[in-house]
Write a protein that binds this ligand. Structure first.
Ligand SMILES: N[C@H](CCC[C@H](N)C(=O)O)C(=O)O
Length: 279
């Protein structure tokens, strides 16, 4: 049975999207996802995202496999792509511009804006050691400015969860970071029992951050939406930036706000369709 897919990307963080709203379409296995994400022997992507029927009153459910086959709790660029994918699938019968999506990180709501951008309520960041899968500091102390030994150097890291774990460190020059070699050492460090995404942030101004990322289960990507959100929160917690900032990723900019009113994080950015194909 041929399975249709559509390729989307959010600032170059690219995904294979599959319409699993009907139970007659099988959800592919993690092993199949690894093959499909391969950039030489498959379609090529950072992950596979499934549009499934909603749960507990949500419109839809999102599941995602990273390109290594692991299943993360959430994906920021990916849920913007899912919002556009759903609007494309609904076509003429589309009746809304905001979707309530059930995810392993809770209910996340992408909203399609008039200018073509997608604004997402990414929910509340988790800041306490008890909420972030790390052994960096016991108890409920916030995981801020903790020393972490990686590659023979002591880094000062701040950990934030957006449903998925992020380890953030601030550096003078992100371009100088040897991401290929130290990324995996952060990802697989024993203090992160569920591994971690790792973001390196250069503070250009209090409203402009430059970011590079080594993603859990995907490696170097051109953008990471949950990582940009977690990094802004880490910047505010450590006094390095304001609560609204542009986060510049290799793939382009995201606008991130950590609301003073409801403490939720809002992310605004693009999502582009590339092509549709058949497996
Ligand atoms: N690799 C991430 C999932 C994808 C997150 C990233 N692509 C984003 O845009 O948030 C993880 O394992 O938590």
């Amino acid at each position: 049975m041929a399975i249709e897919f559509t390729k989307y990307h959010g600032l170059g963080n690219d995904f294979i999207l599959i319409d699993n709203r009907s139970s007659s379409v099988p959800v592919i296995t993690p092993e199949q996802a690894i093959k499909l994400c391969d950039r030489h022997f498959g379609i090529g992507a950072d992950g596979v995202i499934f549009a499934l029927p909603g749960e507990n009153g949500t419109d839809y459910t999102m599941r995602i496999f990273n390109s290594d086959g692991s299943e993360p709790e959430m994906c920021g660029n990916g849920i913007r792509c899912l919002g556009v994918f759903l609007a494309d699938l609904e076509g003429e019968s589309r009746s809304k511009d905001l979707y309530r999506i059930h995810t392993l990180a809770g209910v996340i709501t992408p909203q399609l804006m008039a200018d073509g951008q997608v604004k997402v309520d990414m929910g509340l960041p988790k800041l306490l050691a008890a909420e972030i899968p790390t052994t960096l500091s016991a108890g409920d102390s916030k995981v801020i400015n903790q020393p972490l030994e990686v590659a023979g150097k002591t880094w000062e890291v701040t950990c934030v969860s957006m449903g998925n774990p992020h380890c953030i460190t601030f550096v003078d020059d992100v371009a100088a970071i040897p991401l290929e070699s130290i990324g995996p050492q952060f990802e697989h460090h024993p203090v992160f029992p569920q591994r971690t995404n790792t973001e390196f942030i250069q503070v250009v101004s209090r409203n402009y951050l430059k970011m590079r990322v080594w993603e859990r289960g995907a490696g170097i990507t051109l953008a990471c939406g949950t990582g940009a959100c977690a990094s802004l929160v880490a910047g505010v917690l450590t006094g390095k930036c304001d609560r609204t900032a542009t986060v510049e990723l290799p793939g382009g900019p995201l606008e991130i706000e950590w609301s003073e009113i409801d403490q939720r994080v809002y992310m605004t950015g693009p999502a582009e369709r590339v092509f549709t194909g058949k497996l």
